[in-house]
Design a protein around this ligand. Sequence first.
Ligand code: ZN
Ligand code: ZN
Length: 165
Amino acid sequence: MPSFITDIFNLLPSDTFGTVKIAFLAYFALLWLAIIIWVTKDALQRSNSIFFQAFSILLNIVVPILGVLLYLIIRPGKTRLERYYEELERNMLEGDNQNEQNACGKCLTPADKDYSFCPNCGESLKRTCTECKKSFPNVWSICPFCGNEYADKEKHKKVARKKTN
Ligand SMILES: [Zn+2]
Ligand SMILES: [Zn+2]
């Protein structure tokens, strides 16, 4: 061993390795604490369940540092906020479809599917099925009660009428 290395060791205080050990322990303790804080925040964001939150925190207390890997596997894929926005988006899309399905055929005013007449121009929004006599929004081409293809039949009738005329 070159003499300068032994010189360095001799210069260091005798309890250097003890200090290094304490520094490492402090580092891991800090990391452990940081992970517990992060898991607590993340679990609160991702779940409403107190059971899941408590389990996640306990897991990382019982299994220091590596517990976070287990937590990453079991945690819900999306945060509550992400789920909320997704649901909002889905509801908006559904709402759009409903309006599209139930708009007045004449002035395009969105109408509730229960409306019989357009609140803007008074146009009839329902048709009565020629087969089963039930009424349904007239933008639907098939009777939802008996499956009668309304629009096609109407066309056929018109064609038939033209022929007889
Ligand atoms: Zn209208
Ligand atoms: Zn019908």
